[in-house]
Ligand binder design. Structure first.
Ligand SMILES: *[C@@H]1O[C@H](CO)[C@@H](O)[C@H](O)[C@H]1NC(C)=O
Ligand SMILES: *[C@@H]1O[C@H](CO)[C@@H](O)[C@H](O)[C@H]1NC(C)=O
Length: 275
């Protein structure tokens, strides 16, 4: 491919930036689950399992005469086998190489409201069952708000089929639980904030007046004169708005002839004096 000379530096920069980005990914030391079919939904669902990363889950399981230990790790090497996410160790033949049930570089994720199903494919091939297809591990992770990571449990090993055999495990984790919406409405939150501010004002102001200004009695109440005025003004306002017969009646009302209330007490007194 021909690259115009002027575009050379640009390509170099792109390359350099990509190298730095890859370096960052590699530097945080996590192996990553490689999704078989990439999609944003799957990437979001796998993020819900973050609390399980790097934990070593083991479970012992007996089938008839055989007894196995399963080791599961989320997106990192189980039993130090590269890319093996879930392995099976035969307890009777411990020196034998573990059987890989699923690889985390062939991951699929399905997620619902309160569960995530992790599927590791490309495990070791079955010897005599299932048309010698590759083993596959399904790990069903369900919501339990009480624990970050519960115990791994074996649900079933189904290999008596012609195809699509599977190992099914289950595990509980709080990470897959739906987010609880805050039950407090905005109004309630504002009210609580208001009450808190009020309390801080009262207590702070009280302490200030008492300790720094040295006030006594009701003067310890912060901004006492202001609040007294405020109280009076509010009372006036209330009086003005709520009282059915206003003291300052409109001129039209005053003009009405039958309004003895309007007469000033002094006038009445004057009137009575001569008697
Ligand atoms: C994980 O558990 C298995 C089985 O108990 C054990 O053999 C292995 O050493 C553990 N690995 C780590 C990293 O703890
Ligand atoms: C997964 O990793 C293994 C071991 O490194 C490799 O052999 C295999 O091809 C990889 N599979 C995929 C789908 O990348």
């Amino acid at each position: 491919m021909f690259v115009a000379p002027s575009r050379g530096p640009f390509l170099l920069w792109t390359l350099a930036i990509q190298l730095v980005l890859c370096g960052v990914c590699a530097a945080d030391g996590t192996d990553e689950c490689t999704l078989l079919y990439k999609s944003t939904k799957q990437q979001d669902d796998i993020k819900r399992l973050d609390s399980l990363l790097h934990k070593n889950f083991t479970v012992d399981h007996k089938i008839e005469e055989d007894s196995y230990t399963y080791v599961f790790k989320l997106c990192s090497d189980a039993g130090a086998i590269p890319k093996a996410g879930l392995i099976q160790i035969n307890k009777k033949e411990k020196d034998q190489k573990p059987t890989v049930i699923g690889m985390y570089n062939a991951t699929q994720v399905i997620g619902g409201t309160d569960w995530v199903m992790l599927i590791y494919q490309n495990g070791d091939a079955y010897d005599g069952h299932c048309n010698r297809e590759k083993r596959k591990a399904n790990i069903m992770i369900t919501c339990n708000r009480k624990m970050e990571a519960g115990e791994l449990a074996v649900v079933l090993e189904d290999r008596e089929r012609a195809k699509d055999c599977l190992y099914l495990f289950e595990l509980e984790s709080s990470g897959v639980c739906p987010v609880i919406e805050s039950k407090l409405s905005t109004g309630t939150i504002l009210l609580i904030i208001g009450i808190c501010l009020m309390a801080v004002y009262l207590i702070g102001g009280f302490l200030y007046q008492r300790l720094i200004v040295g006030a006594k009695g009701k003067d310890q109440f912060p901004n006492y004169p202001f609040w007294v005025d405020f109280g009076n003004l509010t009372a006036d306002g209330c009086d003005f708005v709520c009282r059915s017969q206003s003291r300052d009646e409109s001129p039209a009302y005053r003009a009405a002839p039958t309004q003895p209330i309007d007469e000033q007490p002094e006038e009445r007194d004057d009137h009575l004096l001569p008697m």
